[in-house]
Design a protein around this ligand. Structure first.
Ligand SMILES: [Mg+2]
Length: 92
């Protein structure tokens, strides 16, 4: 069975759950960098890596719902915005 044969609500709930796990993994990694948790850097990085993979799979599972050409355009705009902000911060 293909992932896309699952009902869309199942796929969206999984995406939401994995996005929440990715958020927690990102925060945990920062806490490791700040020395605020006994978790090792390697364990935190491994968890972060797995959660990025989980979210990537879930994003793929909804690309028949989301307009991927529009996503590509938005990514270009947002990367440019980040770069502009980074340039502005470098100047300040
Ligand atoms: Mg996960």
């Amino acid at each position: 069975m293909s992932i896309k044969e699952l009902p869309i609500d199942t796929r969206l709930i999984q995406l939401a759950e994995e996005a929440a796990e990715l958020s927690q993994a990102a925060i945990k990694y920062v806490r490791v960098l700040r020395g605020e948790t006994p978790v090792t850097k390697e364990d935190a990085l491994q968890n972060l890596t797995e959660e990025v993979a989980d979210v990537s799979v879930c994003m793929t599972s909804v690309n028949d719902l989301v307009r991927m050409s529009e996503v590509a355009e938005i990514i270009v705009e947002k990367v440019k915005r980040w770069e502009d902000r980074a340039d502005a911060e470098t100047i300040l």
